[in-house]
Every structure is written in structure tokens, then in C-alpha cells.
Design a protein around this ligand. Structure first.
Ligand SMILES: [Zn+2]
Length: 98
């Protein structure tokens, strides 16, 4: 399982796009998904994830990625999105809709 930081409350959860078990937030916009994709143990070690959590707790929002990293993560996100995996994953959380 992927350790990921909740983009909204900083809670360490499992899986970038799963609803947070603490605040129930899950990323919906591209930007929220990109930061959620970035703040995982795929890209950062546990200590860095914890400092991101501390940042969110202190500031109430996720740290800004530097433009270069953001470009890289956006590209990764677009690639994942193109496979349809994200849509499939999100649909699995939408049991009650349509
Ligand atoms: Zn949360």
C-alpha cells in the first residue's frame, strides 16, 4: 500500500486518491490529485511526508511544489489519467451516484 499525505488535513493515509479516513476529503480537481500523487512514499521518504503533514497542520493547506516538480508530477498524472485508471478508481468510490 502507498502511504500518502491527505492534501487537506495532513493525515497519513493509504493510497493517494482514497478518501481520507480522518477528514473524508478526497482529491477532485487536477491540482488536488497532482499534489496527492506527489505526497506519497513513491516520491518522498517517511520523514519528508511527516514534514509535509506538519506543514499542512500549521498552514492549513498543502505545500506548493516547485514549478519543475509540478511539471513532472502533472505529466505523470496525465499519463496515469490517460490509462483510465484514475477514472476507474474514482468510480469505485461513487457507489451511490447514477
Ligand atoms: Zn484528511
Amino acid at each position: 500500500m502507498t502511504t500518502a499525505v491527505c492534501f487537506q488535513c495532513g493525515h497519513l493515509k493509504f493510497g493517494s486518491f482514497v478518501p481520507c479516513d480522518q477528514c473524508q476529503a478526497r482529491p477532485r480537481t487536477d491540482d488536488e490529485m497532482i499534489i496527492s500523487l506527489a505526497m506519497t512514499d513513491h516520491y518522498f521518504d517517511q520523514a519528508t511526508l511527516e514534514s509535509m503533514r506538519d506543514y499542512i497542520l500549521e498552514h492549513g493547506h498543502a505545500p506548493d511544489l516547485d514549478p519543475e516538480s509540478k511539471k513532472t508530477f502533472r505529466k505523470t498524472f496525465e499519463e496515469v489519467k490517460a490509462t483510465g485508471a484514475i477514472e476507474k478508481m474514482l468510480n469505485s468510490f461513487e457507489d451511490n451516484s447514477e
